[in-house]
Design a protein. Structure first.
Length: 237
């Protein structure tokens, strides 16, 4: 399954030739560098490719040798691959044996190398953290049944959480107040409307998780057929 590491630039809108407007999220998906290849015949037992993305700064101090601002185990991964400059992010994508042959260690790839306009992708990332939240904000509860006379201090509560004498406990997964957001979220079937090959930008229709500047993972959609279609800008919405 082909994929890339990207950062979220932000949202904007683009116009079709007939005047329709589409909200899009702009993602910078490159350049990604191939750090490692894993094959089913090797010791790993499966086919995958490991990609690196993002710049790493050097620690400059007078009287000492400049060092990359990265721990030694992480730095060793890039040194083993023969890369002079390490990358900030490292992520592994499962691929088929046929797709693995198209990768070469040390080669840089961008969105135009893997995706085309009109395809569908899945985007994964960490959503914005909202802190400790109640059930109305976290689970869209509608609140108290009535707010008439006689209802006291019971407007945004969850209500009873028990289950009587059987099973005499709170069932697992009960919707209750708690941490809201700051979780790994995958938005599926996002339509690729436009790809800017020069700037390694990919524009998808709709929103993706996370704040501007966060790290995201773009993968081939698993539920939508990815046969090439005319992009939505030139065809049907």
């Amino acid at each position: 399954m082909k994929g890339l590491i990207a950062t979220k630039i932000g949202m904007t809108q683009i116009f079709a030739e007939d005047g329709r407007v589409f909200p899009v999220t702009v993602l910078r998906a490159g350049p990604n560098v191939v750090v490692q290849k894993k094959s089913a015949e090797g010791r790993d037992g499966y086919s995958a490719v490991k990609l690196g993305f993002g710049d790493v700064h050097k620690r400059v101090k007078s009287g000492t040798e400049d060092q990359w601002r990265m721990n030694k185990p992480m730095l060793g991964v890039f040194q083993k691959a023969g890369l002079e400059e390490p990358r900030q992010e490292l992520h592994e994508f499962r691929v088929t044996a046929t797709e693995l042959d198209g990768y070469e260690v040390g080669k840089e790839i961008g969105p135009s190398d893997l995706f085309r306009e009109g395809e569908y992708v899945d985007v994964s990332g960490t959503s914005k953290g909202k802190g400790f939240s109640g059930v109305m904000k976290r689970h869209n509860f509608h609140g108290a049944a009535t707010m008439s006379h006689g209802t006291h201090e019971f407007f945004r509560h969850a209500g009873s959480i028990g289950a009587s004498a059987d099973p005499a406990r709170v069932v697992r997964g009960k919707r209750m107040p708690g941490q809201y957001g700051n979780a790994i979220v995958t938005v599926q079937n996002l339509h690729v409307l436009e790809i800017d090959e020069a700037q390694n930008l990919i524009m998808v229709k709709g929103s993706v998780p996370g704040h501007n500047g966060c790290v995201l993972y773009i993968k081939q959609a698993i539920k939508k057929p990815n046969t090439h279609k005319d992009p939505v800008m030139k065809g049907e919405a």
